[in-house]
Design a binder for this molecule. Structure first.
Ligand code: NDP
Ligand code: PYC
Length: 344
């Protein structure tokens, strides 16, 4: 086998979708899942790319996610929208709620979408990008399952709890950041383990609470929050807003329910959308023009904007295809051929 295999975005999406359909997912869920996973590969975000297919299949096989529940939108006309995901993957629930959320934010200035009872394993930037594409600023967050020690602690309690923000920019890609509130996403630790690479210092503790650079020890120990007490507090806020407040599971409850971190976690998600025009109305200056001044000043110092690397990766893969290693391509072949039998 050659060292690498190159696939177009459409071809890889088709293959991922076929794997999910063969595993029993409805066409709607299979297509939405394939899109978000291939977007990760396309944008050079390996921690939420095709390696996640296996975890999705494991979760399906364990009966911990519905293959076909249809999301249901609950809209009482207020600023608070809900989508009940019915225990299925989150992507279709988001796709159903997003246009209504954007419309409501434009009408009221600010609106929120709570997604309940979903299995959520994906990056958040695909979601905030959809919303910026609809002309609103967006802030998305969700818990995960307990794998991160609070600052000053030594045992898993918080999740890797991602938070993402997007700001629409005229005639160019949006300003987007998206990160785990742990030093790195858990997916990064798993990728280090698979590659036999040591972790950078400061990412994790072992099961005895000692600092470790061994990915195995980190996976059975505790990850650390980014920025010490600051990341720990933001992560706690996410447990409160996107867990307790929306009546869904916190990371610790999600782990109790699932019983393992080998499967994708079930919990809720909170997405806020803002209309910059509505907030700025009657005040001096155009918010979008003022944002551009800020971005230019950042870049003017030689710094880069978040997502700049991702957008560059996207441009490259859209032109030249997605490069998979021989191991990744072989893994995909195996999942395609064996379906749920390929996973334990
Ligand atoms: P990274 O640390 O890789 O990146 C975080 C953000 O910072 C990105 O927007 C990135 O942009 C930006 N960035 C990185 N370096 C710089 C720089 N030098 N200057 C300016 N901006 C920079 O992300 P994480 O490992 O923390 O998270 C990876 C993904 O994991 C996220 O997409 C997150 O949603 C996902 N995740 C999902 C979870 C879930 O439960 N669903 C749980 C935890 C994480 P760029 O991409 O361009 O480098
Ligand atoms: O990478 O930390 C992570 C993660 C947890 C759940 C989905 N992704």
């Amino acid at each position: 086998m050659s060292e690498t295999v190159i696939l177009g975005v459409e071809a890889l999406t088709g293959r991922a979708e076929a794997i999910f359909r063969k595993a029993g997912l409805s066409s709607r869920h299979a297509a939405a899942l394939a899109r978000v996973i291939v977007a990760g590969e396309r944008d050079g975000c390996k921690s939420h790319g095709i390696y996640r297919i296996e975890g999705c299949l494991r979760t399906l096989k364990a009966g911990k996610v519905s293959p076909d529940a249809e999301p249901i939108l609950h809209d009482d006309g207020s600023a608070v929208l809900r989508v009940a995901a019915g225990g299925a993957f989150s992507c279709t629930a988001f796709e159903l709620g997003a246009p209504v959320l954007a419309e409501r934010a434009k009408r009221l200035g600010l609106a929120a979408l709570a997604i309940n009872d979903c299995t959520h394993f994906s990056a958040l930037w695909p979601e905030v990008e959809v919303l910026t594409g609809m002309g609103v600023a967006a802030l998305a967050m969700c818990p995960s399952y307990s794998t991160v020690a609070p600052a000053g602690g030594s045992r898993p309690l918080l999740g890797t709890n991602p938070i993402a923000f997007g700001w629409p920019r005229p005639n160019q890609p949006p300003y987007v950041f998206d990160f785990a509130t742990s030093v790195a996403a858990r997916g990064e630790i798993e990728l280090h383990r698979r590659a036999g690479r040591a972790l950078p210092e400061g990412w994790a503790l072992d099961a005895e609470g000692e600092a470790t650079t061994d990915p195995e020890a980190a996976l059975s120990g505790a990850m650390l929050p980014f920025g010490g007490h600051k990341g720990s507090a933001i992560s706690t806020m996410i447990e409160l807003l996107a867990g307790a407040m929306i009546g869904d599971m916190t990371s610790s409850e999600a782990l109790d329910w699932l019983g393992t971190t080998a499967l994708a976690p079930r919990h809720g998600e909170l997405i806020l959308a803002f209309s910059p025009e509505r907030f700025a109305a009657g005040r001096p200056g155009d918010p979008f023009a003022r944002a551009e001044t800020l971005f230019e000043a950042i870049v003017g110092q030689g710094a880069r904007l978040p997502s700049q690397r991702r957008f560059a990766a996207r441009e490259k893969t859209m032109a030249h295809g997605i490069v998979l290693t021989a191991a990744e391509a072989g893994h995909l072949d195996r999942l395609e051929a064996q379906g749920l039998d390929a996973v334990s």
